[in-house]
Design a protein. Structure first.
Length: 477
């Protein structure tokens, strides 16, 4: 009855027929106007619930870790300083691991920090990762963005990017830690032009794949941003590197933002998502009928780095659609894509969750999510959810608005949906369509430069959050 009461309070009387008995979905808002920077990641856990990361900016920046109950409420919250947390995962041995960026002494003003914590968030170990610029000199700032568990040995794949005060060009780095937090290797990937990763994922046959964006100059004075994917082997050696561009698009920004593979899938293939600007809704031989931007979805062959079954996903009501995060449920079932749709005016961005299935229509369901205030919302860090109460999807949103407009406000929320993308409140149906995309690839040359690790002291501090329910009514099917 508790889930039914939640739906009644949310004003979603029409959803009684849509949610099976016992299904538990939620849309929970956290924090205070100035308490969080943002939520950066969320992942479901084998223990009922989820783990989420973010940042805390009252009197200085601290990273925040939230253990979430199946109801969406926090079981506990810990702050770690001086850090900003980017990602967290449950470890096979019990407990959790996180990656973030810590304030450091020179020569690096900021440095990647990885830590292991117990089931209550207390620190077991922490390490700073020192990675160098392509010329071998220390980076002015190095950031830790990504952490994934290696399914083969329980270790940690990590990554991020480097910045120099003398250049505006980031360079990506990747690394591997064993299950005790000891650094096995760390590599800076010196790519011609410059590059940045937006996600990493363990390769099916061992090693790690990073996806992102590479800026290159194809003609003197003309730069463009292309999609990028790189695979390193278990020992940090380069397996392949690929640069991609969609042919049925005019010159503009293209990037890959995320990749995922269903743990039940037995082939070396992942689904990737990204964004392509100035996409042409026509075959390459016809005049371009451009959309300002579309979400890009394709299958990545992890052995060769080739893309196939590529589509452009766009909103029929707004000129901009962005693909940020993706979950694969076995091919032939569902691909869940998270991102945003937006107009050209400020405050028009809405969080998007689209559920795709094979077939002529491809789009099964598309929903926009937010607190109903109509300002800027994103959907990020999408994950699958499966427990005794049912299955669906879990994601974080950060919604910015101003009341009045001169006072910026940020709402952080965690959302659990059913298999159709509905959480019971704060969502609306929307229309999304697809066109076929034609990507081509070229090889990327790069150099690998080794890094090292050293101790970095962090401690856990308890935090109390103010949470409140999202009570905006949702739309019907």
């Amino acid at each position: 009855m508790s889930s039914i009461k939640t739906l009644l309070l949310a004003g979603c009387l029409a959803l009684f027929a849509l949610f099976p008995a016992g299904a538990q979905t939620f849309h929970e808002l956290y924090g205070h106007t100035y308490q969080f920077g943002e939520l950066t990641s969320v992942a479901s856990t084998s223990l009922p619930g989820a783990i989420a990361s973010g940042s805390f900016n009252v009197g200085g920046t601290q990273g925040v870790l939230l253990k979430i109950l199946p109801t969406g409420k926090p079981a506990w919250v810990r702050a770690y300083g001086p850090t900003e947390l980017s990602a967290a995962r449950e470890t096979p041995a019990g407990g959790f691991a996180w990656i973030g960026t810590g304030e450091s002494v020179q020569p690096q003003g900021f440095t990647p920090v990885v830590a292991g914590v117990d089931l209550m968030g207390m620190v077991l170990w922490s390490r700073a990762i020192r990675v160098a610029l392509p010329d071998g000199s220390p980076a002015d700032h190095a950031y830790g963005r990504f952490l994934e568990i290696d399914p083969k040995d329980g270790g940690y794949w990590v990554g991020g990017e480097l910045w120099s005060r003398t250049a505006d060009d980031p360079q990506p780095w990747l690394g591997k830690l064993d299950s005790a937090g000891n650094l096995m290797w760390a590599k800076t990937l010196a790519v011609s032009g410059n590059a940045r990763f937006f996600s990493i994922f363990p390769a099916f046959d061992g090693g790690i794949i990073g996806v992102g964006q590479r800026w290159a100059q194809d003609d003197p004075g003309r730069n463009h941003a292309a999609m990028l994917a790189i695979k390193l082997g278990p020992g940090g050696d380069l397996v392949w590197g690929s640069n991609y561009r969609v042919q049925n698009a005019e010159i503009g920004e293209q990037r890959l933002s995320d990749l995922d593979r269903d743990p039940r899938y037995t082939r070396a293939e992942s689904v990737v998502v990204g964004t392509v600007a100035a996409f042409c809704k026509s075959v390459p031989s016809l005049p371009c009928d451009p959309v300002e931007s579309v979400a890009f979805v394709a299958i990545l062959d992890e052995t060769t780095g080739k893309l196939s079954q590529a589509r452009g996903l766009f909103s029929t009501s707004r000129p901009k659609t962005f693909g940020e995060t993706v979950v694969m449920d076995l091919p032939g079932e569902t691909t869940a894509v998270g991102g945003e749709i937006a107009g050209n005016e400020p405050g028009s961005r809405q969080g998007l969750l689209a559920l795709l299935t094979p077939g002529a229509s491809f789009v099964r369901t598309a929903m926009t999510h937010g607190a109903g205030r109509g300002f800027d919302v994103d959907v990020r860090s999408l994950d699958r959810w499966q427990d005794a109460t049912g299955s669906g999807y879990l994601f974080a949103t950060n919604e910015s608005f101003a009341e009045p407009r001169t006072v910026p406000t940020l709402l952080r929320s965690l959302v659990r949906t059913d298999r159709d993308g509905r959480s019971g409140s704060c969502e609306q149906c929307t229309e999304v369509k697809t066109f076929e995309a034609w990507p081509y690839d070229s090889e990327v040359q790069l150099e690998l430069i080794s890094g090292r690790a050293e101790p970095f002291a962090v401690e856990a501090v308890p935090v109390e959050l103010v949470d409140k329910p999202c009570t905006e009514p949702c739309s019907g099917p």
